[in-house]
Design a protein around this ligand. Structure first.
Ligand SMILES: [Cu+2]
Length: 229
């Protein structure tokens, strides 16, 4: 009986792996739902709509009347542009651009045609798989200790903003940085500044196993290790 339960668990684990592979990085198995309007003016179809991390939302105007509607983020991002927005449309559907770059969280939006009447919120669910790739490029202990910088390559598997990095040797914190923005599919090399104590610890060592952890807000942390000699 115990063996049977064990095998069921293995099947579930295997299915999870197949799902993660077949659906690609960052796409959970839950389906994203479209942002809808009511069939009459002027309201959205629900108070809250949910999409998977890394996906572009769809706006469906189901209003049978003459008034157009849109989706416009209440918060702005870089360059003072809305975090996400759609075209203004009548009956039909259109993509909401920018939602694929949102981290997990809740975002308010409104209709620019009816800003006081139409508002709702978009919930972005965390990714089931890592959203950031991490590789430690530094190999030699001497240059890292003398420069006080650890070279790390990051890759945005999904767009991830405000990623923080921590470098450790065992339990000792060597250094950290924050506020790293990564575009989807783009690699970026950063130099993690080490603290004075971190530098001194490396200077005293003959070799050091260093671990760097990248934490995208709301998503799972990802680590890489490298022995510096
Ligand atoms: Cu409207």
């Amino acid at each position: 009986m115990g063996g049977k339960r064990f095998s069921v668990r293995r099947v579930i684990a295997a299915l999870a792996v197949v799902g993660a592979t077949a659906f690609g990085a960052g796409q959970a198995l839950a389906a994203s739902e479209p942002i809808t309007t009511s069939t009459g003016c002027c309201s959205y179809g629900k108070a809250t709509f949910t999409i998977d991390r890394g996906t572009t939302a769809t706006f469906q105007n189901q209003d049978l009347g003459p008034s157009p509607h849109d989706v416009f983020s209440a918060d702005s991002g870089a360059n003072n542009r809305p975090l996400f927005s759609s075209a203004q449309i009548n009956l039909g559907q259109t993509p909401v651009s920018g939602t694929d770059s949102l981290g997990p969280g809740t975002y308010r939006f409104f209709c620019t045609v009816h800003p006081t009447q139409m508002s709702a919120q978009l919930v972005v669910t965390p990714s089931a798989s890592p959203t950031v790739g991490v590789t430690i490029l530094s190999r030699k202990l001497g240059p890292v200790a003398s420069s006080g910088k650890l070279k790390v390559k990051l890759r945005g598997l999904l767009a991830s903003n405000d990623v923080s990095l921590t470098a450790r040797q065992g339990k000792r914190k060597l250094g950290s940085m924050r506020g790293v923005d990564l575009a989807a599919g783009v690699s970026r090399t950063v130099r993690v500044p080490l603290s004075r104590a971190g530098r001194n610890a490396l200077k005293r060592a003959g070799s050091a196993k260093v671990k760097v952890t990248a934490t995208p807000p709301g998503d799972q942390p990802v680590s890489a290790t490298q022995r510096l000699r």
